[in-house]
Design a protein around this ligand. Structure first.
Ligand code: SF4
Ligand code: ZN
Ligand code: ZN
Length: 315
């Protein structure tokens, strides 16, 4: 790292080493990240004029940075509503919900809180106690979070659902689906918003080419207060071992994460029929009406039945 105290672009005080040969001040660094997000949004056709965006806001760094940047770059006439999911993790979630609501209010963004308890009849803490499977807490949580976010997005009549997935997360998901041999999820991970089904609000990931360290520095540069505590269940995630491996690769070979995204983009372009596979595998759950790969019941309803909780329709 060079010893330097001024920005390479404008000569203001240095804030961060953006690349091996680029040092930037807070303002030039923020501009660089926002430019990357604009480019991603255009490259993958994520937004259009007059769009209503539901934004999954957890209070964590990624979704708070996403809210900050999208509220700056959306077209005139477009609007954002924050969807705050309260999973029901007693020792963790309340603070995130408070920070998320506070920040949305500060930016003048309306919000809707949806809870696992209201939607599915019990909080995540109880689901984990009751679940008889060898399923990880995150697999259970993720199943219901997808449903809760989609429910919120439909409720507010949103055109797309923006989620704070960063470059590291996306590369990890591609890698995980590869390890699991899951072609359906592999093809559904597209960066382009996909209208897979009328009941599914297409997802967009505007931060998908912004790395985790860049998100942290962006939050710092823009005084964004976010929820830093780790979820008490996070240590169980299989994703963690993939994260460690990829982060090590990125350190040794910078550009690895973006290479994975590029590889996946190229695969999807060359094999459009993978999207057809993903679409043809979608059915409606016979209990709650939600979308599922399973012929009869969605994973959420199957989990609830195993927990001896009666699933209900979320339509
Ligand atoms: Fe849910 Fe796992 Fe995230 Fe905790 S770490 S909020 S259990 S997905
Ligand atoms: Zn500068
Ligand atoms: Zn169901």
């Amino acid at each position: 790292m060079r010893k330097k105290t001024n920005c390479d672009r404008c000569n203001n005080s240095a804030f961060v080493q953006a690349t091996t040969d680029l040092i930037l001040c807070k303002s030039c660094f923020s501009f660089r990240v926002e430019k990357q997000v604009r480019k991603t949004v255009n490259q993958y056709n994520m937004l259009h004029q007059g769009i209503h965006i539901a934004l999954g806001l957890s209070g964590g760094k990624d979704s708070m940075v996403l809210l900050h940047i999208l509220s700056k770059i959306i077209h005139h006439g477009s609007k954002i509503t924050a969807i705050i999911v309260d999973e029901g993790i007693e020792t963790y979630r309340p603070e995130g919900v408070i920070l998320a609501q506070k920040y949305a209010k500060k930016l003048g963004i309306p919000n809707l809180v949806v809870t696992y308890n209201d939607l599915f009849g019990l909080p995540l803490d109880n689901m984990i106690i009751k679940s008889p499977f060898g399923k990880s807490s995150c697999a259970i949580c993720g199943t219901f979070r997808r449903k809760a976010l989609n429910y919120g997005a439909i409720k507010i009549n949103a055109d797309v659902l923006a989620i704070g997935i960063n470059l590291d997360d996306e590369a990890e998901s591609i890698q995980l689906n590869l390890i699991r041999g899951d072609t359906t999820r592999f093809s559904r991970l597209s960066r382009k918003p996909q209208k897979l089904h009328p009941k599914f609000v297409p997802r967009i990931k505007p931060l998908v080419l912004v790395s985790q360290p860049e998100i942290v520095y962006y939050a710092l540069a823009n005084n964004i207060e976010y929820h830093e505590q780790s979820c008490p269940y996070s240590a169980q995630a299989r994703r963690n071992s993939v994260r460690e491996f990829l982060s090590d690769q990125e350190k040794k070979h910078p550009g690895t994460l973006k290479n994975i995204i590029r590889f996946h983009d190229t695969m999807l372009e060359q094999q459009d029929h993978m999207i057809d596979i993903a679409v043809s595998n979608i059915n409606e759950c016979q209990i709650c009406g939600d979308l599922t790969d399973n012929k009869e019941l969605c994973m959420g309803c199957r989990l609830l039945i195993e927990m001896k909780v009666e699933p209900k329709s979320t339509d």
